[in-house]
Design a protein around this ligand. Structure first.
Ligand code: M6R
Length: 614
């Protein structure tokens, strides 16, 4: 996690860097810092614990002049969040300043090596080791900064996206990456560096995505150069990015999360656009069509993901198994990567990730690739690491998701998985043509049904008041709605800090039902589907133990109201697509409970949006 940003050009760097940090604050926000070189060639560094606003407050009255600088917003890994551990870190002599996103795994060995040679450390971070090593090598070997960076990175084990500047040299930034994201923006006589494109797009749309173990040499008045550790120049490709800046603003909503919940009818339209034909008779996911033999011959499909993306994967498992009759295994990417999984060359591995940067998911992709499987990515952030590492894939096209709690990305992922299952099922002839057409029609009507669901905002806000002080929550669902229960529980815990668990409703009697008493709110997803009756029996069992039931039902259902404490009526849809609707009231419920509790909804404690450390 952590966000890095850098600038060199003709403008004052400070306002550009601070704005960039705000854009990247979703990546981590426990401390922030900035380094600038002024017109006297002095290196001025300011750091502050807490959010970027604290840094601004502290630095605004200082010397913040200079047309070159680097800045950082931190999600602590090594060392608690405080001013000392905040980046930028400096070398022993104070001549170099460095920012870093990633983890230096062999930092302890390197630190000992440097300490034995008289280097004194100031912070507890792994990052300081890197800047101290670069400074030490530069001095010992009497070389320029780029050479010292190349030498140092050869010794490093781990992940990094770094930028380094040097006192006395206001005309150069050296940046590099391995397994952590880095984007370079190219303007008119100016350069931008960032962890993603959001701080860059308002300045330039020309970007470069450096590859692993590449070093970017940015010098004033010269074209940018990319070299490897041996100083051999690598060709680079300038890409054009298109991003609507208004998507990066709250647009009148109090929080990004609420804005993103409300965007879902439109993001769903964006997601299916150009994939389902205007007549609604066919769906074509080009990534699948271009590789149809791989899907048709797949021995099985493995889906690797984390968090919300893993919940979407569980829905994908149901869809693909039911409609395509291909066995599917869903894996936590973090477990998959370390258990020496059996992967066959005729497996298809699908990696799902909103950010496209999740370290565990990326590692799962690399492992599966080495074993010859075909790798398909389902991601949101265009040009991010996972889409670049996969053989093919589909973007979910929901626009930037900034709230840490994933909302529109979840429904986008489920939508792409639905289209993927339908595309393969048609290719395989494993779906009845009538059902195929029905599901396409249903999918096209989901935005309208989402609009109707969003009208439940006011009653859900009222309902949230009753449960603001609950200490625990249980979420229940079955079939396609079981992953929605997991997702509802995750939403609540991550933004309200209330303990919540999701269970398959029938599992309750195997243990968790012991938790039920009159204090326990139970959110039960009981929309009309093929196992509705079974779900109802499970809910009755909870009621018999005096649990407080909040039931999600299909509009017109009067049965559940007889025993549920509160009922939320949802528009009817096919059960296979019901998660796209049922997720919304759960997002709203979590949101309003968190707001009632005064939580920092968009940037909840201890979390970051993009988990680039394992
Ligand atoms: O970017 P990814 O989809 O790979 O992220 C995976 C998880 O970190 C993410 O879904 C996380 O669980 C969300 N904060 C949940 O709202």
């Amino acid at each position: 996690m952590c966000g890095i940003v850098g600038y060199m050009g003709c403008q004052q760097a400070y306002p550009i860097l601070i704005k960039g940090l705000h854009r990247l604050e979703y990546r981590g926000y426990d401390s922030a810092g900035i380094a600038l070189i002024d017109s006297n060639n002095e290196l001025n560094i300011y750091k502050a614990k807490g959010k970027v606003a604290n840094l601004e407050h502290f630095a605004d009255s200082k010397n913040i002049s200079g047309t070159i600088g680097i800045a950082h917003t931190r999600w602590a890994t090594h060392g608690e969040p405080n001013d000392t551990n905040a980046h930028p870190h400096v070398s022993q002599t104070g001549s170099l300043a460095l920012i870093h996103n990633g983890i230096i795994e062999n930092y302890a060995v390197l630190k000992k090596y440097l300490q034995d040679r008289g280097v004194v450390f100031r912070s507890e971070t792994d990052t300081e080791v890197l800047v101290q090593l670069i400074g030490y090598l530069q001095q010992t070997n009497n070389c320029d900064l780029c050479t010292a960076v190349q030498q140092a990175l050869r010794e490093v084990v781990g992940a990094y996206a770094i930028a380094v500047i040097e006192k006395g040299n206001p005309d150069q930034i050296i940046a590099a990456r391995k397994s952590s994201p880095l984007v370079i923006g190219i303007g008119e006589g100016e350069f931008f560096i960032a962890s993603d494109a959001t701080p860059i797009v308002e300045h330039t749309q020309q970007v470069i995505y450096p590859n692993d173990e590449e070093i970017v040499v940015i010098r004033r008045g010269e074209p940018l150069k990319i070299v490897n550790f041996e100083n051999i120049e690598h060709p680079h490709q300038i890409k054009h990015i298109d991003m609507d800046i208004s998507q990066l603003e709250k647009g009148g909503y109090p929080h990004f999360m609420l804005k993103e919940i409300y965007e879902q009818p439109q993001t769903l339209i964006d997601c299916i656009r150009g994939r389902i034909n205007p007549e609604g008779t066919d769906v074509i996911l080009s990534g699948v069509m271009d590789n149809k033999e791989r899907f048709l011959n797949a021995r099985r499909i493995i889906i690797a993901a984390c968090g919300t993306s893993w919940h979407a994967a569980l829905i994908g498992e149901h869809l693909i198994e039911e409609l395509c009759r291909i066995p599917v295994e869903v894996e936590y990417a973090s477990e998959f990567r370390y258990r020496n999984p059996v992967i066959y060359p005729d497996d298809v591995v699908i990696a799902i990730s909103q950010s496209g940067e999740t370290a565990d998911t990326l590692a799962a992709v690399e492992i599966a690739k080495k074993q010859g499987a075909f790798i398909y990515g389902i991601c949101n952030v265009i040009g991010s690491s996972i889409p670049r590492a996969t053989d093919s894939g589909s973007y979910i096209h929901v626009g930037p998701e900034i709230g840490v709690a994933s909302t529109k990305a979840f429904t986008g992922q489920v939508t792409v998985l639905s289209m993927l299952a339908l595309t393969i099922a048609k290719l395989k002839n494993s779906i009845d043509p009538q059902l195929y057409r029905k599901l396409l029609g249903e999918l096209r009507s989901i935005p309208q049904r989402m609009e109707e669901t969003l009208k439940l905002d006011a009653p859900i806000r009222e309902l949230s008041k009753i449960f603001t002080y609950a200490r625990n929550f249980i979420y229940l669902g079955r079939g396609y709605n079981y992953p929605v229960a997991l997702e509802g529980a995750l939403k609540l815990k991550e933004i309200s800090y209330i303990h919540a668990e999701g269970y398959p409703a029938a599992e309750m009697k195997h243990g968790p039902i012991a938790l039920i008493d009159e204090e326990m709110p139970v959110v039960a997803i009981a929309t009309t589907d093929s196992i509705y009756e079974k779900t109802i029996s499970n809910i009755q069992e909870i009621k018999a133990r005096k649990g407080r039931i909040i039931a999600l039902v299909t509009r017109g259902n009067h049965e559940v109201a007889r025993f549920a404490d509160s009922v939320i009526e949802l528009p009817e849809t096919d059960e296979r697509l019901a998660p796209l609707i049922a997720a919304i009231p759960l997002q709203l419920l979590a949101y309003y409970i968190a707001v009632n509790k005064g939580r920092d909804v968009d940037q909840p404690r201890n979390l970051a949006k993009s988990v680039t450390v394992e």
